[in-house]
Design a protein around this ligand. Structure first.
Ligand code: F6R
Length: 357
């Protein structure tokens, strides 16, 4: 039930801090340490390469997951769009482990890959919000998102839940493999939950940004580097889905190789600056587009902010920034859709779960 909320999407955005806390709890053992099914940690440890398979928003979570697994557990990871995998099957490693990320657990494109790799005799782990779903039943292992039902077609809390569960998977695997760990994930995810609350309390500012930048425009660009690039892809997808504004996410450094031709007087360019090591270069990219007439909106992270920034998000661990930086994008998309009088929860042409290939 959406209760006092006008839309499920807004309710589900607001549920994200509680979902973070639920996930921390669900994956803690009696001693308070993060834990997952021993068999999953063992399967991860045995894999010489992990193949993440997903669609849409879940694919975007997978892009972040690759960084988390590679940086913490030191296992190479490839991320693939499910609908392309069977036709463009990469040369597989000796001992692969497949991870399917799917909110619904029913996505036909992902299932087609699961069927194909099971025929080849490989092991699969499904990360899903739906216990008993097809992808969960047909895989060897399941990790649950614990996000509660997601009703709005545009996925929000499932994305952050997927990244949180992937961070736990990466962290527990790292410990299993005796990799050195310089941070306490339980503590850092707690900081994320608190930061998420602050962001959910910043709705008025997000509504202002949406009105200012997106109420009449035909298109919009999201730019970022490293982790921020992946979040930009998700921000663009959210905006496209529910406001029908043509939006694209780009790596800040790639803009000048073509896309910058699309920048005109007043084109909104939303830039994310949450990564210390690329802060100067993304700001350089903002100057490049501003010099060509773009209307830039910089969203930065505390500690990296400058006077030109439109909004500053609270600081969290650099590996976990997507969990918080996506929330302004979700809210901006929501308010842009409201201003343009779109059906937020049931956008045209889309279904909540895509059960055809
Ligand atoms: C975007 C969205 C879709 C889904 C995609 C995969 O807001 O909802 O892009 O993420 O169809 O769905 P699942 O995760 O159920 O496999």
């Amino acid at each position: 039930e959406k209760g006092t909320y006008p839309h499920y999407m807004l309710k589900e955005i607001d549920e994200q801090p509680a979902v973070m806390r639920k996930i921390i709890q669900a994956y803690q053992d009696e001693t308070g340490k993060l834990a997952i099914d021993y068999n999953v940690a063992e399967a991860m440890n045995e894999a010489d390469r992990v193949y993440i398979i997903a669609c849409g928003t879940s694919y975007h979570a997978g892009l972040v997951g690759k960084q988390l697994i590679e940086k913490m557990a030191k296992i190479p990871v490839e991320v693939h769009v499910a609908s392309e995998f069977v036709y463009n099957m990469p040369l597989l490693s000796e001992n692969p482990l497949f991870i399917f990320i799917s909110q619904s657990g029913e996505t036909a494109d992902s299932r087609a890959v699961l069927v194909a790799i099971k025929e080849l005799g490989y092991k699969a782990l499904t990360i899903t919000n739906a216990p008993g779903s097809t992808l969960s039943r047909e895989a060897d292992y399941t990790l649950l998102l614990h996000a509660g039902p997601e009703i709005a077609v545009a996925s929000t809390k499932a994305y952050t839940a997927q990244i949180a569960v992937l961070s736990i998977l990466a962290n527990v695997t790292a410990k299993y493999r005796e990799q050195e760990m310089d941070f306490n994930l339980v503590k850092e995810l707690g900081i994320v939950a608190t930061a998420m609350e602050a962001l959910c309390d910043s709705k008025d500012q997000m509504e202002d940004i949406a009105r200012d930048y997106l109420s009449v425009t035909r298109n919009a660009f999201f730019i970022g580097r490293s982790m921020d690039y992946f979040v930009g892809l998700e921000g663009a997808l959210k905006l496209k889905e529910i406001s029908y504004i043509q939006a694209e996410g780009f790596a800040g450094g790639e803009l000048k190789h073509g896309t910058i031709a699309l920048i005109e007087e007043g084109t909104p360019v939303i830039a994310l600056a949450s990564q210390a090591d690329v802060n100067l270069s993304i700001r350089g990219n903002v100057k490049e587009v501003a010099a060509r007439g773009a209307y830039p909106c910089i969203i930065s992270m505390k500690g990296l902010e400058t006077d030109e920034d439109r909004f500053v998000i609270p600081e969290v661990h650099e590996l976990l920034t997507p969990l918080v930086s996506v929330i302004p994008f979700q809210l901006i998309a929501y308010y842009a859709a409201l201003h343009r009088e779109c059906d937020v929860d049931k956008p045209r042409n889309l279904a909540k779960s895509v059960t055809v290939e």
